[in-house]
Design a protein around this ligand. Sequence first.
Ligand SMILES: Cc1cc2nc3c(=O)[nH]c(=O)nc-3n(C[C@H](O)[C@H](O)[C@H](O)COP(=O)(O)OP(=O)(O)OC[C@H]3O[C@@H](n4cnc5c(N)ncnc54)[C@H](O)[C@@H]3O)c2cc1C
Length: 490
Amino acid sequence: MALRGFQVTPPDDVEDTLRPRSKEKAGDRVALPMARDQADTTLYPKPPEGGGVRGGHLRILLYLFLAVFALVMLPLVRRHTDDGLLQQIGKNCALVAFSILTLQVALAARIKWIERPFGLDMTFRFHKAAALLALGLLLLHVTLVSWGSGHWYLLTSLHVRWAVWLGRLALLALATTVVISFWRRKLDIEFESWRYLHNILAVAVLSFGFVHSFVLGGDLNSPAMRIYWAAVLFSTALIYLFHKAVRPTRLRRHAYTVTDIRQEAPGIWTIHLTPPAGQDVYAYSPGQFHYVTFRRSKELPVEEHPWSISSTPTRPGLASTIKEMGDFTSTIGKTKVGDKADIDGPYGRFSYLFYPEEDVLVFICGGIGITPFLAMLRHMHDTGARKKVLLLWSNRKEQDILAREEIRQIVQSGRPQLKVVLFLTKPSEGWQGERGRISKEAIAKYLELPIRRTVGAYVCCSPPMARDVIGALRDLGVPAERIHDEGFSL
Ligand SMILES: Cc1cc2nc3c(=O)[nH]c(=O)nc-3n(C[C@H](O)[C@H](O)[C@H](O)COP(=O)(O)OP(=O)(O)OC[C@H]3O[C@@H](n4cnc5c(N)ncnc54)[C@H](O)[C@@H]3O)c2cc1C
């Protein structure tokens, strides 16, 4: 099949690799039970509202404003101060650091209005960097205040006021949070334990920090500042309550039901979910992800995990395709029809609908990283999207390739114009497709060079592979803003 935007030099029989080699019949591996002619293409006719660049700028300005508002307010409400310059700067550092720490709660609370223009992964990356900034500011705070006042015992003595101790504990809790978050894997801390610890430490940082500043902070003496400071903490507590209690309760009340579960490949399951009677599936874009908390039989764990949505909004119901990878996912095959699932979504910007200007799409994925692409291909197929798509997909073995027959049918339909190249890192002798990893040379072999301005590259694979692939795409001339990455880790 000749596609403008892709080279046609590779053998056309590469797509033959999509033909199942085993005794499977055509249709056996079609993951969604619904045929295209049943699809409702009016369900999602327009690109989603993404907030856009302007929306992003507005949110950044609001963030900066809230982070420094206490500093702006201070000279307006304070009569005079005996503090020297160093002390004053030190105290200002603490005011900004505490404001940043309260904003951390809003960033982590998965508020859709905040994440929409950026995506949740970028929001969480920013959250992580902001924690480091707050820690730096607080270290400056203790150093400058001790230096400016000449009271070094504030740093070194055990015999200080309890409120100083609270400040020390807040700093220690923050430093611990930063260490366990930046080096969680190296420290071999399981995700769930990390999350639990992080929540406790975050509450400790904010409550200890608040009391410390309220009791000792000379800057907070004026009634206006005290009211403002209390209001900041109160709003933060409300956001935390919403995230941890109100939303989960609401989701549980409107829980979806598992209506089908099928094995796609060894250790890979697709779970279909249906909303409660009278309720529609929430609006999402193909490629986005959601958080799911399955409620199954008593002996199975109840945990919230993020999964891409592998279904398309053009068809009824909702589905995720899940690989057994660890403690929780190893139980996924035990999920039963009739089990309940609390679903929070959609999140992320990993969808071609967010970037309508791109007309030549390069999808690169490893293993289970195919799931957001399945959703996008199904959506393009149902809506007859006039896009050219090159899918480079790496798996270990042939039996790991899922939805093979369905992808083959999409290729044959010509909607979209899809070229698929399969790579195996552990191929059998008779394997006809590509062997080894998706290297820069492999990408260059299939992608027409020089790169067209309207190319969009989408990458979903393990972090080391993503680093290599993104580096290769950059080397080949794909602009950074045209490379969209879904890391499968937040
Ligand atoms: C945006 C996104 C989309 C994803 N889409 C899919 C998909 O479509 N199909 C699929 O099979 N997998 C997907 N994953 C990966 C999936 O979330 C993890 O494999 C799963 O959570 C592992 O849980 P576990 O307890 O079995 O494994 P563990 O061994 O406990 O965890 C393995 C790793 O998964 C991550 N992880 C574990 N629990 C959580 C959690 N509650 N929240 C966030 N990260 C966690 C951590 O980085 C952890 O180190 C996606 C991940 C993300 C972030």
